[in-house]
Design a protein around this ligand. Structure first.
Ligand SMILES: Nc1ncnc2c1ncn2[C@@H]1O[C@H](COP(=O)(O)OP(=O)(O)OP(=O)(O)O)[C@@H](O)[C@H]1O
Ligand SMILES: [Mg+2]
Length: 596
């Protein structure tokens, strides 16, 4: 049943091309009719010849010519219809394969991080490619070959009953045997094939995971064990695939046997009927023709159906991804915010990841436009999570977050994210040119604007020293640049975006002190005039913040300016003290700013 529903959906994807599909269906019905006409004509010719002794020469020729003329017409229209069907079906299948890939890609790009966090990206690629290929081959095979088979079985078979019901019943029996065997084997193999597909996806995901971390694999000399892990999954695929293959081999043996038996039965039954005068030689020849034709088509159809079974899980996975919905839906009538002034309020915000423990409780703060707030606290305290709520990667489970007085759930995601810029610890770059990476910040920026932003971000100098300047390719995730260079590009990108609200999540923690000092200058330029949230472990970087929020276990336990907090002698003062003692021996020549 699920199987049928799945393929109903596969065909429904062609809704936009429904007129082409309808044309193809009509042409297929005509083809099926023509196919059945040929054995009929053949039988008639045989009958004309076998009655030749009782008619005059001219009568025989007259009848034979009429039949042959009809036969040629049938043959020619058959060729025409086949060509039309092939051409149309090819084009329709190709077009829709690309369209479905495109819509899948568009959909997946927009899915929330919660979705992407749970699934390997290699798997998503595999599901797209395999799914689209499967859809393509089904559409093509269905409209080019098998629709006519189904039409023949459903509509034309009863017609043979009208010609000679005894022989017709035999053919009908053949179809029933094929259908029963196939249905039985589908049932036997469906689950196993689903497992096979699951392991195939795991294969793709595992390979992509290892390939994208190839440096770790090599430096920890994990090549052999990664390859072994891959081999294990390959074995699982085979273990589940082979029983399925066995079942389908049984099907082909059984259907072959059924075909041979049918041909023999028609011959025997035909002879008996002929001896009783209940069937002409021509009728028997026609039925033999039908039987051959039907067997040929049915075998093709069984192969097609077995392929459907093999492909069903891949297609089901494809649809599963297409059905994944965003966890942060846009409310109907959400307002599109223009440029916000940048007032951010967290109002009694509580949050837990789906199915997880409480991460944030009662988080309450207010950031006026242009002010700088710092979020500090131990690792895992919930700082990044709070900022994820501000970008609406997730919705709070209690309380609300507002921007310029609007609950984030009331504004469009596009306008929210246009107003909020983020610089992460790991500056994520595309494997494109430096210029293209910068243009992500503002697609319509001119070269002058790019250079100005890069000068402010202290990036211009190193960019022009690159072999092709702004047109240098940065490698996968910016691999050909140093950490500090990547970070300054990320800052330039944020400068170009020019958002009123800015989040710096450990933006400088990957850098050495000298680079950090340069990047700090760049950051100061970036922060000017924006509401800024700084998350930092190095407390020296938060000295100038207007307010510091100290997080602990998902709550704000202290707040105030740097000096007030140090004087208070609470958690923050303790953190500052531990950092000073921990870093003192290492930075003897270069005192930490916090200690000044
Ligand atoms: N996507 C996620 N799914 C489930 N739990 C998560 C997810 N991201 C973070 N957490 C959990 O939420 C808690 C808070 O994490 P968060 O990243 O907000 O901490 P943080 O204060 O930013 O820490 P750090 O200073 O190390 O960056 C952690 O216990 C973490 O395990
Ligand atoms: Mg964090």
């Amino acid at each position: 049943m699920d199987f049928i529903r799945l393929y109903g959906r596969v065909l429904k994807l062609l809704w936009k091309d429904r007129w082409v599909a309808a044309g193809l269906a009509t042409a297929n019905i005509a083809l099926a009719g023509l196919l059945f006409l040929e054995p009929v004509l053949f039988g008639r010719v045989v009958d004309v010849l076998s009655h030749a002794s009782t008619s005059t020469r001219d009568q025989v020729w007259e009848r034979a010519f009429a039949l042959l003329a009809l036969w040629s017409a049938v043959g020619l229209s058959g060729i025409g219809a086949t060509v039309a069907v092939s051409l149309l079906a090819d084009r329709m299948a190709h077009r829709n394969r690309l369209l479905s890939m495109h819509s899948y890609y568009e959909h997946v790009l927009a899915l929330p991080l919660s979705f992407h966090g749970d699934i390997q990206s290699g798997r998503l690629m595999k599901v797209m490619l395999v799914g689209a290929d499967n859809l393509f081959s089904i559409w093509l095979a269905f409209f080019r070959d098998h629709l006519s088979t189904f039409v023949a079985a459903l509509v034309l078979l009863p017609l043979t009953l009208a010609m000679n019901w005894r022989l017709g019943l035999l053919l009908l029996g053949l179809v029933v045997v094929f259908a029963v065997i196939t249905a039985f084997v589908i049932r036997q193999t469906e689950t196993a094939q689903g497992k096979v597909e699951m392991f195939q996806s795991r294969l793709a995901g595992t390979a992509q995971d290892a390939l994208s971390n190839v440096i770790v694999v090599q430096s920890f000399t994990r090549m052999a064990s990664e390859a072994r892990m891959f081999g294990d999954i390959v074995r699982q695929v085979m273990d589940h695939q082979f029983p399925v293959l066995n079942w389908w081999a049984v099907v082909s043996v059984l259907t072959r046997a059924a075909s041979t038996l049918t041909v023999i039965s028609i011959f025997i039954l035909g002879t008996l009927l002929h001896l009783d005068g209940k069937a002409t030689v021509g009728e028997i020849v026609s039925f033999m023709g039908f039987a051959m034709l039907l067997i040929n088509k049915l075998e093709g159809a069984v192969a097609f159906v077995s392929r459907l079974v093999f492909q069903a899980p891949g297609i089901a996975e494809f649809f599963e991804v297409l059905d994944a919905r965003t966890s942060v839906p846009e409310r109907p009538g959400a307002v599109s915010l223009g440029r916000a002034s940048g007032q951010v309020v967290f109002d009694k915000v509580a949050f837990a990841y789906p199915g997880g423990p409480r991460i944030l409780s009662d988080v309450e703060f207010r950031a006026e436009p242009g002010r700088t707030l710092a979020l500090v606290g131990q690792t895992g305290a919930g700082k990044s999570t709070a900022m994820a709520l501000l970008q609406r990667l997730w919705d709070p489970v209690g309380g609300r977050v507002t921007l310029d007085g609007h609950d984030l759930r009331d504004i469009t995601l596009e306008s929210l994210r246009r107003n909020v810029g983020v610089v992460f610890q790991e500056s994520m770059l595309f494997n494109r040119t430096i210029k293209d990476n910068l243009l992500v910040g503002r697609p319509d920026a001119t070269q002058d604007e790019l250079e100005r932003a890069c000068r402010m971000a202290e990036a211009h100098d190193f960019i022009i020293r690159q072999p092709k300047g702004y047109d240098t390719l940065v490698g996968e995730r910016g691999a050909s640049l140093s950490g500090g260079q990547r970070q300054r590009l990320a800052i330039a990108r944020a400068l170009l975006k020019d958002p009123p609200v800015l989040i710096l999540d450990e933006a400088t923690s990957a850098l050495d002190a000298a680079t950090e000092a340069r990047v700090q200058k760049a950051l100061a330029a970036l922060m000017a005039g924006r509401t800024t949230f700084i998350i930092a472990h190095r407390l020296s970087t938060v000295r100038d913040a207007d307010e510091i929020l100290v997080f602990e276990g998902g709550r704000i336990v202290e707040r105030g300016s740097f000096d007030t907090l140090v004087q208070q002698g609470g958690r923050f003062a303790e953190l500052v003290k531990t950092q000073l003692t921990a870093s003192a021996p290492l930075t003897a020549a270069q005192p930490v700013k916090a200690a000044e």
